[in-house]
Write a protein that binds this ligand. Structure first.
Ligand SMILES: [Zn+2]
Length: 152
């Protein structure tokens, strides 16, 4: 799923749990569970760091904009803000690991990379993983649930 969806889920986890270890573990586990649902990706066979970095940057920008809007608008306690940022970060971390292995060859991350690939229901570059509105349905649903849990 896109980073925005993961970051929102992590922010919702952070807001609703106080213990940092629970937040970290939940955020990581829920990342993999969410990725097991059908979802489109903006990466394809032609993706390189050079032609894809701006999509990742835009995705990250939206993630931080919504979480930042929440923090500015709702002004949570510092401890709650920390939990929200912690959850967002650890919710996105598995995808950072994937990029580090896939494009920069960090060999130590191979097992995590293979697990991350295995958890996806559909094979890479299959029609169910292309960047279409149909394939974004689960991203939209999960993001809306996360926003509800975050804001209310
Ligand atoms: Zn992922």
């Amino acid at each position: 799923m896109i980073l925005t969806t993961h970051a929102l889920a992590g922010a919702a986890i952070g807001k609703n749990f106080g213990n940092p270890w629970i937040i970290i573990i939940f955020s990581l586990v829920i990342h993999y569970i969410m990725d097991s649902f059908r979802h489109g990706e903006y990466l394809d066979r032609q993706s390189t760091l050079e032609n894809t970095w701006w999509k990742v940057a835009l995705d990250l920008f939206f993630a931080m904009a919504i979480v930042g809007f929440f923090i500015i608008f709702k002004n949570p306690k510092p401890s709650e803000t920390f939990s929200i940022l912690l959850g967002s970060f650890f919710s996105m971390l598995p995808d950072l690991f994937t990029v580090l292995y896939w494009k920069l060859n960090f060999k130590i991350l191979k097992k995590l990379f293979l697990f991350h690939a295995w958890i996806h229901k559909y094979p890479p570059f299959s029609p169910e993983r292309t960047w279409t509105l149909r394939n974004s349905a689960n991203d939209i649903i999960f993001s809306l649930i996360a926003i509800l849990l975050l804001f209310f």
